[in-house]
Write a protein that binds this ligand. Structure first.
Ligand code: NAD
Ligand code: ZN
Length: 345
């Protein structure tokens, strides 16, 4: 089968011919991949940055966001059959640790990540445990289904606080921040302010329905937020840039007693953070990782099925698998929203 593979350490991937994976465990499901979308994590691996050099073992098939059709099931699989259309959670939980047993599977202590710790989905077939697969209603467009993971990130972050009637500031309108605009809107936010530095993504945030978009390079973000809110500040910050300046500006732009939900991953650890500002304002901080398994998947499915969420403006490119390189270049230049690769018909 065809697969996009990191053959050896270094930048880029190659389109290679590899063995079709077989079902190895009784709980596994073999899926024919239809569409797969490119995520920021894939871009890190494509660039071969410090994190990837430490984490990725080559050769390995990349990719983790996908929609596919079940072609074969192991003998212990109970809920799926050939022909079912599925998307997949990337985080493969162990099912037995304290977190898994207490409803926190998304922070499983023994988590394995698809396309990071094991072969991924930029391939014609993949075999994964049944537990991570999520059945897709046939009415949901396949392109949208392959983007349910970042949609789930946005939902997980935006549902950490009650947004009803609130002024919400979203820092960073990459694919996840852009989806968060729609998520915040249907969650009842009264006013949505986005801060973003890339012109392409400013346009995308506008199309997604943000009420105000501020480029913090051109204008003082905190002053602008204060003007919009009559000097009060935003009620909730959704940090989706992974940029330290944006994080600190976001905290400064919050009203006293506000809330911050932080999804962004920052380039340095520890992160320089204006903690005293947050303390004196009595800010509640929610740190977000992954998606709730499977509450956010349930919400994402129903919002897509009932067309409350429309991802057509978010998916800016649909490319044949062979043109993956073009997809990565566009992502790298921040000249895209979500890029979907067509793997099979
Ligand atoms: P992305 O990098 O495509 O988007 C980030 C956006 O922030 C970009 O459009 C960029 O132009 C913008 N930005 C950069 N500096 C800014 C600044 N000073 N002010 C305002 N905007 C600024 O990333 P994404 O795929 O949309 O993901 C968003 C963030 O969430 C990233 O940091 C990513 O690493 C992180 N993430 C976290 C998890 C998790 O489980 N916690 C999962 C997925 C992604
Ligand atoms: Zn576990």
């Amino acid at each position: 089968m065809k697969a996009i593979v990191k053959k050896q350490p270094g930048k880029g991937f190659v389109l290679d011919e590899v063995e079709i994976p077989e079902i190895k465990e009784p709980n596994e499901v073999k899926v024919k991949v239809l569409n797969a979308s490119i995520c920021g994590t894939d871009l890190h691996i494509w660039k071969w940055d410090d994190w990837s050099q430490e984490r990725i073992k080559t050769p390995q098939i990349d990719g983790h966001e996908f929609v596919g059709e079940v072609v074969e099931v192991g003998p212990m699989v109970k809920g799926l059959k050939p022909g079912d259309i599925v998307a997949s959670e990337t985080h493969i939980p162990c099912g037995v640790c304290k977190q898994c047993k207490t409803g926190k599977m998304h922070v499983c202590k023994n988590m394995k990540i698809l396309g990071v710790d094991r072969d991924g989905v930029f391939a014609e077939y993949v075999a994964v445990p049944e537990i991570v697969l999520w059945k897709i209603d046939p009415s949901i467009p396949k392109e949208f289904a392959s983007v349910m993971e970042p949609l789930g990130n946005a939902i997980h972050t935006a549902t950490a606080a009650d947004l009803r009637g609130k002024t919400v500031l979203i820092t960073g309108a990459g694919p996840i921040g852009a989806i968060a605009v729609q998520v915040a809107k249907i969650s009842g936010a009264a006013t949505i302010i986005v801060s973003e530095v890339s012109e392409y993504r400013i346009k995308m945030a506008k199309e997604m329905g943000a009420d105000y978009i501020i480029n913090p390079v051109e204008k003082n973000l905190v002053e602008e937020v204060m003007n919009i809110t009559n000097g009060d500040g935003a009620d909730v910050l959704l940090e989706m840039s992974g940029n330290t300046t944006a994080l600190n500006q976001g905290i400064e732009a919050l009203t006293n007693g506000g809330e911050a939900a932080i999804l962004g991953v920052f380039p340095t650890n520890p992160v320089p953070f204006e903690m005293n500002t947050a303390v004196f304002k009595n800010i509640t901080i929610h740190c977000i990782t992954g998606r709730k398994m499977f509450e956010t998947w349930q919400i994402a499915s129903e919002w897509l099925r009932t067309k409350k969420i429309d991802l057509s403006k978010l998916i800016t490119h649909i490319l044949p698998m062979e043109e993956f390189e073009k997809g990565f270049e566009l992502m790298n230049a921040k000249k895209s929203g979500k890029i979907v690769l067509k793997i099979s018909e």
